[in-house]
Structure formats: structure tokens, C-alpha cells
Design a protein around this ligand. Structure first.
Ligand code: MN
Length: 240
């Protein structure tokens, strides 16, 4: 049996090819797939349960349909943290807290979106704490849909311009934090996305070889991690 992990699809109506690819991938999943984990930034932005999800209608209806045959898990990223647990349940997705520990083929694995590992980006961490607070979210949801969509667009533009000027190292994970999470949760592996730097890192922690698997984004290529007994396979396909 195989478990699939994906993240950072950043689904958006402006990139219909990616949307089409994801729907086809989901509809044609092999029969040996045990479960599917979506580890954040599934959509480019989300402003609340009343978000019209323009262009994403078929994405969510396909998920709901597929969830009748396999469990589909969803974890927040920094773009789609306003997707509520209620929305997930309604669309057949099982909501996962960040981080969540699972056991797979005898290995203990910590699943995260990955932004909490980037502790050197102090400015971002402050922003994250603010927007994840119930107070901020309640205030946000009081605004009109239009206001929230405009704000989301503004934040995207701000994040894009900052990404261009911030130090590459600051925006990557902090290695001490990685080791501290491995120890804290007593796991053999961390799987996360967010940094858009796909890789399989080997880390020695307490005389044990651990792995940190970083998922890739779905900008030019799709990125699908498959884990079956003793095997780690990464599938990439061109999207353009
Ligand atoms: Mn992210």
C-alpha cells in the first residue's frame, strides 16, 4: 500500500493547467493508494468559508468524491489557513493540526507545512502569530467578502515583493529547529513543504539517521511523494 504526500499546489484560477492536472491525478489514483495527505498551500489564497473558490469548484467536488474511497487529509499552509475544519469536513477532507505525528511502515513521521521551521524569519513569525490568533481571524471574518479578497491580494503582493529581497538563508528552515522538532516528537522523519526547495536531507539526531523530506511546489512541475513499504518515490511531471 502507498501513501501520497503533496503540498504547495497553490491552486488558482489563473493556472488552469495545474487545476486540470490535479483533478486528473485524483480521479486516476492507483488502487493501492492508502491515503492522501495535503500539507498546506493547496490553494493560492482563501478568505473564509464563504470564499467563492472561483475556478476550484471541480477540485473540491473531486476531492469529496474521492474521499468515499480513500481518506484525504488536509493541513493548513500560510496561504490557506482560513480554510475551516467545518469546510474540510463538508468536502470530505480530514483536518490535521500542524504538526501531526503519524506512523507509517514502522517509521514515526512528523508532518508539517514547514513555515514553523523557518524561525530565522522573525518578521514572518510575528505575522504568523498574529494571523493565526482567533482574535485576528474573528475580526477578519467580520469584513465583507470583497474587503477580504482585496486584503488577500494585497498580502500576496507584499509576500512576493518581500521574497525577492529577503535573504535566501533566512527564508529556509533553521537546522537547530529541525533537530529540536525531531527530538521533541521522537520521530524518524519530517515531511514538509513551504520552502519550495524539494530535497531529501539526512540528519543525524541522537546517533540515529533521520530524514527531512521537503516537498516541491506545483509551479512548473507537479510534485508527488509516494511512500510504500521501504520505498520513497518522487514523481514529477511537466505542467506547462
Ligand atoms: Mn507555504
Amino acid at each position: 500500500m502507498t501513501t501520497i504526500f503533496i503540498s504547495d499546489l497553490h491552486l488558482d484560477k489563473d493556472r488552469p493547467k495545474v487545476i486540470r492536472y490535479f483533478i486528473d491525478f485524483l480521479n486516476n489514483l492507483e488502487s493501492d493508494i492508502e491515503s492522501l495527505y495535503i500539507l498546506g498551500d493547496f490553494v493560492e489564497y482563501w478568505v473564509g468559508d464563504d470564499d467563492p473558490g472561483d475556478g476550484l469548484e471541480e477540485v473540491f467536488s473531486s476531492i469529496k468524491k474521492k474521499s468515499n474511497s480513500i481518506p484525504i487529509y488536509f493541513m493548513h499552509g500560510n496561504r490557506d489557513f482560513m480554510i475551516s475544519e467545518k469546510f474540510c469536513n463538508h468536502h470530505g477532507m480530514k483536518f490535521l493540526k500542524d504538526p501531526t505525528k503519524i506512523k507509517l511502515h514502522g517509521k514515526k513521521i512528523l508532518l508539517m507545512h514547514g513555515d514553523t521551521l523557518c524561525i530565522d524569519d522573525i518578521e514572518y513569525q510575528k505575522f504568523r502569530t498574529m494571523v493565526r490568533s482567533p482574535l485576528w481571524q474573528n475580526e477578519m471574518l467580520k469584513k465583507s467578502l470583497e474587503e477580504r479578497i482585496n486584503l488577500a491580494k494585497m498580502l500576496r503582493a507584499k509576500s512576493l515583493s518581500e521574497t525577492g529581497t529577503k535573504d535566501e538563508v533566512i527564508m529556509d528552515v533553521n537546522n537547530d529547529e529541525v533537530i529540536s522538532q525531531l527530538k521533541k516528537h521522537n520521530v524518524d522523519m519530517i515531511i514538509h513543504g513551504h520552502t519550495h526547495r524539494p530535497n531529501i536531507h539526512k540528519i543525524i539526531s541522537e546517533n540515529k539517521e533521520c530524514k527531512r523530506i521537503v516537498l516541491g511546489d506545483w509551479y512548473d512541475k507537479s510534485f508527488i511523494l509516494r511512500i510504500s513499504d521501504g520505498e520513497i518515490i518522487i514523481d514529477k511531471s511537466n505542467l506547462s
